[in-house]
Design a binder for this molecule. Structure first.
Ligand code: MIG
Length: 824
């Protein structure tokens, strides 16, 4: 694959890099030719409905290709195009976990727009205002377009990308890449999810192109009313979705690719990491600091230096002589361990994993049958062939070495896969060569060019097999750097090597939102930034933001200043503690959001347009979002900025810190000194929370807390999900789902499922009345007084109090946590 590259005097020149300061990658210039139909449609599985052209299942021969179209009553259409003489099998789809069942016919109402397939020299599939067609071919790729006629689509999704939440006007590259320089136009990064939500007028569609080979998505850059997609393979496997809202379209996508499983509760706690905490005395010191400073936290992560010479699944005998003892001791103080795993296996005949893999023939090979050797941290390395079930099981098995000592979670890094022998300048080539082959279980080898984006998927499912085998009673927890569509079933994603830059804090918001609406609910960024040294102010702002993201971890590189909550002085320590306590207080709320992520594929972090698709002001809003369904978060992402502009959509909104009431559909300027994350609660909410603990294994004290924020009609509702917080009992009904409703002084609790007795016997119900006082006159006033002199000098006492219980008007009642109705 040549991307603006040429050889010059034997030296490899990357034009994209040398000629364009942003190193923006353009798809290769190829001249495609039109695909023609030869002959009549064959195997017509057509059932006409209103119009004879409305088809159900349909297949025809093109000159050199075949095409099939299958429509489902659910609003999902699948279109496949394949080469008659395709040399090898398709790589298995690892994205689609369950094929939709053949729909009943005639459709039961869901498909409102008819589906047309125009047979003719240039076949086209038409759904409402959308036409899929212009099929073209080239020896190296296939191309097609999605055309929206006279309308300009808005395009969302596409997974982990830099830049705006609304993706149109650019060409996007789907090619998993170890790219540490996340500048605004840099693309691709580590994860490829070729799925977009497309809004045309008031209608919502989804497009998923299920090909793990490289894809280029021209999202309205060439022509504003269409998308043109090049896939570097001999087949196309396309799903077109149709729904009444973005939520419905995402639901369709999730019904194909699966949802994010409920994590164990501890994984929602705080994770502390750095490259690397080693030797073990350093790990102990970190754990101790958390406890002496009374900082809630659940996890310490072990980066690559816990290993013996970067040999995967080994321990450094000098630095970590007693992993079992260490991990048991950490457990005493409420810490779990997540350890990093890389795919590259050191070439060392004395290293048993290498020796076994060689003997069993488990590593990727060149076409001439020799084992490919690349290089990663351990020096020369080989890469397991994760396309094979046998290899995945073997890899899963190796986790025994980690789990037997008590490791609780796995962090899969470098799985694009990165290869240091590749081209470090042109990062998409910083990987194993495309000529490599994976053997697959079909018996037909597939070139790495066609498998590349699935490599991490294979590694992640192998990790899951390890959990299933060696820790079957645990839910397990996997966080990955790379992945493909459907990755949410096996892992969460952290967004890789950002920098301690304000720009990267700002970029993290749309980046995490893009992943969230591409099916991945468990997402987070390196708090404080990975490369470079955070300033106290940046760390404090990033920390408060991350407390309101699904995966909450601080991390930093090996050559930077310390990035622990106490590394930036007392003020930042106080701010960090405050947000840790808030995070831990809200764990019941967050856990409930994750229950909805598993059962209803509802993203935990949601862009604003997702909830209010009709509000024009929200269509391109990058810097506000919903956390769960009820908190609006508007982080401050620039230095020395003490006020934040926030647009509030329809409804009634409560300032979380002082209960100030805002009418919706309004612009607000909210006071936001360093210690204050602008946060609003949606009127009409009941928020379940609890007294913060130091870690999630600690005993619970006190009642369940239910804060009620009535809407303009005096009503509110909320819910709480609870279970054993670990293990699989919940899948067989051992959980409770409790609904709360409030209406003008009446509070009702309904156990919709009562398979698990909640830890709380009572609930304290506090009804907020909202404060009419000017915002700056309440809690903010104290802050502004202090921060005018020095915004970083923020004493513990001056931090805003959560849930506005200081001074603000509210009522307070204690009720038993059981189904019933009370006056509050
Ligand atoms: O190329 O294991 O993104 O989080 O600390 C660096 C060392 C390899 C990259 C990961 C980063 C991790 C680091 N790894």
């Amino acid at each position: 694959m040549s991307n603006d590259k040429r050889e010059e005097g034997g030296k490899h020149i990357d034009l994209a890099h040398t000629e364009n300061p942003s190193r923006r990658i353009k798809p290769p210039q190829r001249s495609f030719s039109i695909l023609h139909v030869s002959g009549e449609p064959e195997a017509v599985l057509i059932r006409p409905v209103k119009d004879p052209k409305v088809l159900h299942g349909w297949k025809l021969n093109l000159a050199s290709m075949q095409m099939s179209v299958t429509a489902h009553t659910s609003g999902l259409t699948r279109i496949r195009l394949w080469n008659n003489d395709m040399s090898s099998a398709w790589p298995e789809s690892w994205a689609v976990s369950c094929e939709p069942q053949a729909a009943e016919w005639p459709p039961q109402g869901v498909v409102e727009t008819s589906l047309y397939v125009e047979a003719g020299p240039s076949p086209a599939v038409q759904v409402g205002p959308i036409t899929l067609g212009s099929w073209q071919q080239h020896p190296e790729a296939l191309r097609f377009s999605l055309d929206c006629g006279q309308q300009m689509p808005r395009i969302y999704g596409l997974g982990e990308k830099m830049g705006r939440l609304e993706r149109s006007g650019r060409v996007w590259d789907m090619w998993n890449t170890d790219e540490p320089e996340h500048t605004p136009t840099r693309d691709p990064l580590y994860v490829s999810i070729p799925f977009a939500m497309i809004s045309v007028g008031e209608q919502w569609f989804g497009l998923f192109v299920d090909n793990p080979a490289r894809q280029y998505w021209d999202a309205g850059a060439g022509s504003p009313n269409s998308l043109t997609i090049d896939v570097e393979d001999e087949y196309l496997d396309i799903y077109l979705m149709q729904g009444g809202s973005p939520r419905e379209v995402l639901g369709q996508y999730n019904s194909l690719t699966g949802s994010t499983p409920l994590p164990p509760m501890w994984a929602l706690g705080y994770h502390q990491s750095r490259y690397s905490y080693a030797p073990q005395s350093e790990v102990r010191r970190i754990a101790r600091e958390f406890r002496t400073k009374e900082l809630p936290a659940d996890v310490i992560q072990f980066d690559i230096d816990y290993m013996n010479g970067y040999r995967i699944f080994t321990w450094d005998k000098t630095g970590f002589p007693d992993p079992s003892g260490l991990i048991a001791e950490l457990k005493q103080s409420g810490f779990k361990v997540i350890s990093i795993v890389d795919p590259g296996i050191k070439v060392d005949p004395k290293y048993s994993i290498y020796a076994q893999g060689v003997e069993k023939d488990y590593f990727c090979k060149l076409p001439d049958g020799t084992r490919y050797q690349g290089a990663v941290w351990p020096g020369k390395a080989v890469y397991p062939d994760f396309s094979r079930q046998e290899v995945r099981s073997w890899w899963g098995e190796q986790h025994r070495e980690l789990f037997k000592h008590g490791v609780a979670g796995i962090w899969n890094d470098m799985n694009e896969p990165a290869d240091f022998t590749g081209d470090a300048e042109y990062r998409p080539d910083y990987t194993v060569p495309n000529e490599l082959q994976v053997a697959t279980d079909t018996g037909a080898p597939v070139s790495f060019a066609r498998f590349h984006n699935l490599y991490a998927a294979g590694m992640n499912s192998a990790t899951r097999e390890g959990f299933a085998k060696h820790a079957p009673d645990k839910r397990g927890f996997v966080i990955t750097r790379s992945g493909y569509a459907g990755l949410q079933r096996t892992a969460g994603v952290w967004t890789g090597d950002n920098c301690s830059w304000w720009e990267h804090l700002e970029a993290a918001v749309p980046m995490l939102l893009g992943l969230s609406i591409s099916g991945v609910s468990m997402v987070g960024s390196d708090t404080g930034g990975f490369q470079e040294d955070a300033s106290p102010q940046l760390y404090a702002r990033w920390f408060s933001f991350s407390a309101f993201t699904p995966y909450f971890r601080s991390h930093t590189a090996n050559d930077t200043r310390a990035h622990e909550p106490w590394s930036f002085g007392t003020n930042v320590l106080n701010i960090s503690r405050h947000y840790l306590q808030l995070r831990y207080a809200l764990l019941p709320y967050l856990y409930t959001a994750f229950y909805r992520a598993e059962t209803e594929a509802e993203p935990v972090m949601k862009p604003m347009f997702f909830e209010w698709p009709e509000d024009q002001r929200l269509q391109e809003l990058n810097n506000e979002y919903l956390f769960g369904g009820q908190f609006l978060v508007a982080p401050v992402t620039s230095a020395d900025t003490m006020w934040r502009h926030v647009y509030l959509p329809a409804g009634l909104w409560y300032d979380f810190w002082d209960d100030h009431l805002y009418r919706g559909e309004s612009d607000q300027l909210i006071h936001a000194p360093i210690g204050k994350l602008p946060l609003c609660v949606r009127g009409g909410s009941v928020i379940p929370h609890e007294s913060p603990r130091l870690h999630t294994d600690a005993e619970r004290k006190g009642d369940l807390l239910l804060d009620v924020y009535p809407d303009a009609e005096g009503q509110a509702q909320g819910e709480l999900y609870c279970d054993a917080e670990e293990g699989w009992g919940y899948r067989s009904g051992e959980y409770s789902l409790i609904a709360f409703t409030y209406h003008k002084g009446n509070f009702q609790i309904t156990f919709e499922n009562s398979g698990y007795s909640p830890a709380w016997r009572h609930a304290r119900v506090r009804v907020h009345r909202g404060s009419r006082a000017g915002q700056q006159q309440s809690a903010g006033a104290e802050l502004s007084g202090e921060q005018t002199a020095d915004p970083l000098r923020l004493s513990k006492a001056a931090l805003p109090e959560p849930f506005a219980l200081r001074g603000a008007e509210h009522s307070d009642a204690r009720v038993p946590l059981q189904s019933g109705r009370w006056e509050v």
